[in-house]
Ligand binder design. Structure first.
Ligand code: C6P
Length: 404
């Protein structure tokens, strides 16, 4: 059982008013809110430790380096990676995916095949399309059904000896579908293909065990799990990370530089050119500490309650259609009401202090599948309440009345 009163006290932003009404923040899939414990770490860093890392002999630099490397170890432990050097600090999921896609440029050849799913965010489509343009590899798509689930029998038919890579999200940002990634990974490995899992939406709700999943690459963003923006991670199996060339050149990613030849640093530094988001990395570690102290099992079961409660109430509204009805679903509800434009509903909800996302959610192929321009998306976090859902549902009814 979560202590909601105590948890909500940790999030100062939840006390503010928006447009004269208490804020109801249901845009957690876009970015989560930040608890005071993480804000304190950020303030403390700039008040006491601010220095560049891995470079200085001076005390501040060493302290900052220690904190940053401790954060890497927290991330390693959280995801159960075998080695801390398998955790590459990035600016987020998008950066992580681009890093891997760029690396595969030198490993793929014309006619090789890569498989994406119909449920992806643009971040897990476009970098691979660019890779295919560079290499002549062919992009194939696992289709989805009306419930918003991947059709695994079609996935079987797409896999072949030509398949080099499969990239799929763990949870869909637009529909909330939880994909059967263990099965997807096993099947890919049977034909010798590597798998990248986009964990941007799963990490706020569950703890992925990268060794148990036997996944080759797993990526996530801190800002969706109570951490700051502009920082994230790439987990890669050591053997894969050693095989991939560096993504960016610059300081700290080298072993030795001459004008004739440069040699590269060992993992993880080979992929970490330039001054990183030091404070962000440390705060990412603090965010994991915060969420682990609450407990991911308690978080997941409470969020399921919120999802069920909101789904039942929304389904009772005449003309409201929810997209994505998988029985394996995270706390995301995408919906439309009759032919009302989602933007108009979102605007009215905002006037009532309620934050939701509207539009295609950077997942246009999903909207094309349903032949809609977009949806209204409400996404719940562990600090949301059933009272907030009541406020939201009555606001949706009001919006329907005003716009019908
Ligand atoms: N989805 C949403 O509102 P970045 O921006 O790099 O932190 O994350 C990109 C990304 C990649 N994959 C998935 C499944 C995602 O959901 C996101 C971010 C936000 O749904 C912002 S577009």
């Amino acid at each position: 059982m979560l202590n909601l009163d105590k948890i909500r006290e940790d999030f100062p932003i939840l006390n503010r008013n928006v447009n004269g009404k208490p804020l109801v923040y249901f845009d957690n899939a876009a970015t989560s809110q930040t608890p005071q414990q993480v804000i304190d770490v950020i303030v403390e860093y700039y008040s006491k430790y601010n220095a560049n890392i891995h470079r200085g002999v001076h005390t501040l630099s060493q302290e900052a380096t220690d904190l940053y490397e401790q954060a890497r170890i927290k991330i390693q432990k959280h995801f159960n990676a075998k080695h801390s050097h398998e955790i590459i600090m990035t600016s987020g999921t998008t950066h992580s995916i681009n890093l891997v896609a760029n690396g595969f440029s030198s490993l793929l050849k014309k006619g090789d095949e890569v498989i994406v799913s119909a449920l992806e965010h643009h971040s897990n489509i476009v970098p691979w399309q660019m890779l295919c343009e560079r290499t002549g590899a062919i992009l194939k798509v696992i289709p989805m059904n009306e419930q918003g689930e991947l059709i695994l029998s079609d996935y079987d038919a797409l896999l072949s000896e030509q398949t080099q890579l499969v990239f799929v999200n763990h949870i869909s940002n637009a529909l909330g579908t939880i994909n059967p990634i263990k099965t997807i990974i096993e099947k890919a490995h049977q034909v010798g293909a590597a798998v990248l899992v986009d964990g941007a939406q799963s990490c706020p709700h569950i703890v992925p065990d990268v060794q148990a999943l036997d996944v080759d690459f797993y990526v996530a963003s801190a800002h969706k799990m109570c951490g700051p923006t502009g920082v994230g991670m790439l987990y890669g199996k050591e053997a894969w990370l050693n095989k991939l060339p560096p993504y960016q050149g610059g300081g700290e990613m080298i072993a030795e530089v001459t004008f004739e030849k440069t040699t590269y640093a060992d993992l993880p530094h080979k992929f970490e050119a330039g001054t990183p988001n030091i404070c962000g990395g440390i705060a990412f570690g603090a965010a994991l500490d915060y969420m682990n102290a609450i407990g991911f099992q308690a978080i997941a079961s409470y969020e399921q309650e919120l999802l069920d409660y909101a789904t039942a109430q929304l389904n009772a509204i005449d003309g409201l259609k929810i997209y994505g009805s998988s029985s394996h679903k995270a706390s995301v509800i995408s919906f439309n009401i009759e032919s009302i434009h989602p933007y108009d509903i979102g605007t009215i909800l905002d006037k009532m202090g309620i934050a939701v996302r509207t539009g295609h959610h950077c997942a246009q192929p999903i909207m094309d599948f349903y032949k809609i321009p977009g949806t209204v998306r409400a996404s719940f976090a562990f600090y949301n309440t059933k009272d907030e859902i009541d406020v939201f549902v009555s606001a949706v009814k009001k919006a329907k009345m005003m716009l019908s």
